[in-house]
Design a protein around this ligand. Structure first.
Ligand code: AGP
Length: 587
């Protein structure tokens, strides 16, 4: 989603905002822009492209107050005119979210007026200018009263040396710096600048100057929101020696597993309290988080023998879900801000379910609404493709399922404690170059597996298509012969994950079916003897042996590395795949 940053204080605003935007680029990289205020005048620099396009513009943007934006386009194509900030009269505005009633508002207030951009956001600045009669706060309130949808807005006004902020259904934080104050979408933007932050709540309006921050609720009553520590540090966001964040974050998988285990001990009691009396589990998430939910479903059914369903969060909301007082919903989200997942969790709560959040983001919208939070110890994940957060989620969900089965974290930890070492061995020893080369040359890649391996196959497929743009699908291995086999020919690659001895024979059949149709097949496995079976016919990538249920922690590393290497062979940027953003805060 888009990222916003604002600063008012003693230094050159455009330089500080530019640095903040670079740290928020994972939220969108279609265009970038900054507006500053100097001598009662607003100056704007904006351009299509990544945040770097602003480097040559910031010199010309004077002033100690300003707002900036990095855009993930929803309404209106990526272009210079659609780039934020949008301006009208005395105002410049940056927006993260979607104004759902912008067409109606335009018709009502600006009938016949030609707008400069095709965005839904321009209506906001036009309305501010329309409603403003010298009283900034009441103009902001009037705008908030008519907008529908989601927004985090940072505003500068030529009459006020400071920032105004409005927030509803999109994240916004206030940061307290040494020589000024900030607003941002997320903590990393303020790393190194602010050690303390305030998280705004829906409906809040904030007026921020160099020495003072005033926060009001939706009725303009002063609101106390409290300050918390900003956990993002410059060191945690640095690339170090790695060429890409994706690779760096795959290297951090072992630490993610380890930290997630440690974190679970602190919440085990609370989780078991919330799960008391529960007899059915629904797991919700999007993309990778949904895929880890599929693994969790297997854990819960196997360990606790309790019915569990995994649902795509955006679908769950509109299917009139069956919830009883003894249903618990596990909402999984790396960012904790994914709109579909947060809204699914809120719906479940409103229907009487207990909600447990599994997330990396301790102060996110998801954690604020949940009955209990299971922390994922992955740390900040910058690459758009999820890697260490997936394996962290799997670890957390394994422990959670064990709690549901009445097994203590201490007892579960015995099996988990060897996994970081096995993750390191996997990263260091496997060679995915042949498979990556096959994928890069293929017309399509098919990830196959059974049971838990099928869940990882879905994740492997998502990862490959997301960052290399190679068309890819994930299938249960047994389903191949029911349709997908028609797509297999000399230009197709099948990646077959086999970590379950019981099902190895059945999965071997799928490999044979691919080979007999002249497709290429590669097996990712820790089952013995398969090299011999497929010698000279199919490549075999060996991962270490481990507990059957924990194999996703290792097979996931293999498919993540395949996607990464394929993206490099095809000259794609693995960290910033086209059309995507890391945290999708709109529906
Ligand atoms: C994963 O590689 C994707 N970038 C995407 O599917 C992601 O997992 C999804 O958007 C959910 O995000 P969340 O975990 O922050 O809720």
């Amino acid at each position: 989603m888009c990222g916003i940053v604002g600063y008012t204080g003693g230094r050159k605003a455009s330089e500080i905002i530019y640095e903040g935007l670079k740290r928020l680029e994972y939220r969108g990289y279609d265009s970038a822009g900054i507006a500053t205020l100097s001598g009662g005048e607003i100056f704007v620099g904006k351009k299509q492209g990544r945040v770097g396009v602003l480097e040559s513009l910031i010199g010309g943007l004077d002033g100690n107050t300003g707002v900036g934006h990095t855009r993930w386009a929803t309404h209106g194509k990526p272009s210079d005119v659609n780039a934020h900030p949008h301006c009208a009269g005395k105002f410049a505005v940056v927006h993260n979210g979607i104004i759902e009633n912008f067409a109606q508002l335009k018709e009502r207030f600006f009938c016949g007026v030609e707008f400069s951009s095709q965005t839904d956001s321009e209506i906001i600045v036009r309305l501010l200018n329309e409603f403003y009669d010298g009283d900034l706060l009441s103009a902001l309130k009037c705008v908030a009263d008519v907008l529908q949808g989601s927004y985090a807005l940072a505003v500068i006004c030529a009459d006020f040396n400071g920032l105004a902020v409005l927030k509803k259904n999109s994240p916004a934080i206030i940061g307290y710096g040494k020589d000024g104050n900030f607003v941002a979408s997320d903590c990393p933007a303020l790393a190194g600048e602010c050690s303390e932050i305030t998280i705004l709540e829906d409906g809040d309006i904030a007026v921020v100057s160099q020495d003072c921050v005033r926060i009001y609720d939706g009725d303009l009553k002063p609101a106390e929101r409290g300050r918390i520590k900003n956990l993002a540090t410059p060191a945690s966001l640095e690339l170090g020696d790695c060429p890409h964040y994706m690779l760096k974050e795959i290297y951090e998988v072992p630490a993610s597993v380890e930290r997630t285990c440690a974190g679970y001990f602190t919440v085990e009691k609370k989780v078991s309290e919330v799960l008391r009396g529960i007899d059915r589990i629904i797991i919700v998430g999007c993309g990778t988080a949904y895929n880890s939910g599929l693994v969790a479903k297997r854990y819960i059914e196997s360990f606790a023998r309790m019915p569990a369903e995994a649902e795509i969060a955006g679908e769950f909301r509109y299917k009139n879900p069956v919830i009883t007082p003894t249903t618990a919903v596990i909402a999984i989200s790396q960012s904790g801000e994914t709109a579909d997942t947060v809204e699914a969790a809120k719906l479940a709560l409103s229907l009487g379910a207990k909600v447990i959040a599994v997330t990396n983001a301790p102060y996110s919208a998801l954690t604020r609404c949940a009955d209990a939070v299971v922390p994922v110890g992955a740390g900040p994940e910058i690459c758009v493709a999820a890697t260490k957060s997936y394996t962290g989620q799997i670890t957390a969900l394994y422990l959670l399922a064990k709690t549901l089965a009445g097994v203590s974290a201490q007892a579960s930890f015995e099996k988990l404690s060897v996994m970081p070492k096995l993750c390191i061995q996997t990263i260091e020893n496997i060679d995915v170059s042949t498979l990556a080369d096959m994928c890069a040359r293929s017309d399509g890649a098919y990830f196959l597996g059974r049971d838990i391996d099928y869940a990882v196959a879905l994740e492997g497929s998502l990862k490959l298509k997301e960052i290399s743009y190679v068309p890819s699908e994930g299938y249960p291995a047994g389903e191949l012969k029911h349709g997908t086999l028609a797509l297999i020919d000399i230009r197709a690659v099948a990646v077959v994950i086999i970590t379950d001895e019981r099902l190895a024979g059945k999965c071997e059949n799928a490999v044979e079916q691919v080979l007999s149709r002249k497709g290429k097949a590669v097996v990712i496995t820790n089952v013995g003897g398969l090299e011999k079976t497929f010698e000279g016919r199919a490549e075999v990538i060996k991962i270490p042996k481990c507990d059957m249920y924990l194999s996703p922690l290792l097979s996931a590393i293999a498919v993540q590395l395949v996607a990464y290497r394929t993206a490099l062979l095809l000259d794609r940027d693995p960290d910033k795949p086209r059309n995507l953003a890391k945290s999708v805060t709109v529906e």
